[in-house]
Design a protein around this ligand. Structure first.
Ligand SMILES: Cc1cc2nc3c(=O)[nH]c(=O)nc-3n(C[C@H](O)[C@H](O)[C@H](O)COP(=O)(O)OP(=O)(O)OC[C@H]3O[C@@H](n4cnc5c(N)ncnc54)[C@H](O)[C@@H]3O)c2cc1C
Length: 426
């Protein structure tokens, strides 16, 4: 690093080199910021994509760089990888690295994401009891699966279910243990969670709902998962996916408001004048939902990072795209735009099967979210409807003869047309 440049140029330090941090760095450059940009990440790898980690049986194939190394060089972005940021010294405006190194920083962006929650269940420290968030985790999980099963997945969230699906395609016996009434109940609600649960059962997964794990048993390595009530499940590998904890300690330590994540405004500013935050770690009021929340989606982290990076570079930008995520299971892609709420009216398009469906979430007569399995065209068309924020009748959406693209075009007519104020009919 060029010492003279450090003292003479404005320096933005980004803590966390994943999709939010990398997108922010690139956006700073695209917005004309010509000071120094440094991205620091604790992992010893070129920033890589996380979503493939739970979707591929071959972890080497799963670790894909977000950008080639030369891209950072060409855009004058310094990468400091394999070093954890230990502390923020806001008095002297320095970022203190583990081992004692320091980086002067005029502004700091936190894109530190989340870490896997540990419940402290007895036996959790046994070999082959894993969480799945990093490339190293994926190597450990899939090395275990290549030695054979059974696999027990604790927690029926997306990452655990994706690992379950990969294991089934490897011919491994899989049991999913979920504490609530159904896997994916939280993010998708009962109607869609039921369809996804059936998809897994139809593919040979044993799903045990409404039960918790009491302990993991084994000699050195896990051999059994013991459920509350005493049932014992044989296990050679366990994947624990029971939620995440935001990595917000650096912000909290300098007095920035932290409340289930680093609290930011619409531009990613915290209430500490030196600090900004973006991506999974940031608690924001998303313009589309109006609710303060952290959203753990790749696409949202990418867009939020880019918007906050541009804002830090002096071009105030708000990410107002509808939240989007996807999940791949058994060669099928679940896609969702928008966010569900428990109070929404949920309707499923006629003809739904666990192999293929479209579901709609309606709020105050308007489309608030859409999800589809192996229905990319319908999901895209419904997203266009969602973007209009026009009133729409549920029976129109669930009628398989409705041309959703044509409906989106009609609803997108200028405000004041009848279609904007009355629920649309076919
Ligand atoms: C296995 C897996 C599969 C997923 N699949 C999907 C999917 O299919 N679809 C989807 O929409 N989303 C998916 N996600 C979620 C998606 O990957 C996240 O929303 C996204 O990665 C968030 O990006 P981020 O940059 O905010 O944080 P993260 O990706 O969590 O990155 C944070 C980075 O900060 C670094 N860091 C933390 N603390 C420090 C520190 N003190 N010093 C230095 N570095 C630090 C970490 O090393 C990490 O690299 C998946 C996530 C995982 C783990």
């Amino acid at each position: 690093m060029n010492e003279r440049a450090i003292v003479s140029k404005t320096h933005h330090v980004i803590v966390g080199g994943s999709i939010a941090g990398v997108s922010a760095a690139m956006a700073m450059r695209q917005s004309g910021f010509d000071g120094m940009v440094t991205v620091v990440d604790a992992e010893p790898l070129l920033p890589y994509e996380k979503p493939p980690l739970s979707k591929k049986a071959d972890p080497e194939q799963a670790v894909r760089p977000i950008l080639p190394e030369e891209h950072y060089r060409e855009h004058g972005i310094d990468l400091v990888i394999g070093l954890r940021v230990h502390r923020l010294d806001d008095e002297h405006r320095r970022v203190v690295l583990a081992g004692g190194g320091e980086l002067p920083a005029d502004r700091v962006l936190l894109t530190t994401g989340v870490s896997a929650r540990r419940l402290g269940t007895p036996g959790e420290q046994l070999d082959n009891v894993h969480t799945l968030r990093t490339a190293a985790d994926a190597r450990r999980v899939f090395a275990g699966l290549h030695r054979g099963g059974p696999l027990v997945v604790v927690g029926g969230g997306f990452i655990g279910l994706e690992a379950a699906a990969v294991a089934r395609t490897m011919g491994i016996d899989v049991t999913v243990v979920e504490a609530t009434a159904l896997p994916l109940l939280g993010p998708l609600g009962p109607a869609v969670a039921r369809l996804m649960t059936r998809l897994h059962r139809d593919n040979g997964v044993r799903v045990i709902s409404g039960r918790t794990v009491e302990r993991y048993a084994g000699h050195g390595s896990v051999e059994e998962v013991v459920l509350a009530g005493g049932e014992r499940l044989p296990a050679a590998t366990v994947v624990v996916g029971v939620g995440v904890v935001p990595s917000d300690q650096l912000a909290a330590a300098v007095g920035a408001t932290v409340h289930g994540g680093v609290v930011v405004d619409e531009y990613g500013r915290t209430d500490h004048p030196w600090l900004w935050a973006a991506g999974d770690v940031a608690s924001q009021i998303h313009p589309r939902t109006g609710v303060r929340e952290r959203i753990e989606h790749w696409d949202v982290a990418m867009r939020h990072g880019a918007a906050v990076g541009a804002s830090m570079a002096g071009r105030p930008t708000i990410n107002d795209a509808a939240p989007y995520f996807w999940s791949d299971q058994y060669g099928k892609s679940l896609q969702m735009f928008g966010r569900e709420r428990g109070s929404d009216q949920v309707v499923v398009r006629e003809g739904a099967t666990p192999e293929r469906f479209v579901a709609f979430w309606l709020r105050a007569g308007r489309l608030a979210a859409v999800a589809g399995l192996d229905e990319p065209k319908a999901v895209r068309a419904a997203k266009a409807i969602l973007d209009t924020d026009a009133a729409v009748a549920p029976e129109v959406l669930t009628d398989p003869s409705t041309d959703l693209r044509a409906l989106a075009r009609r609803l997108a007519r200028p405000a004041g047309s009848p279609a904007q104020s009355q629920p649309a009919k076919t």
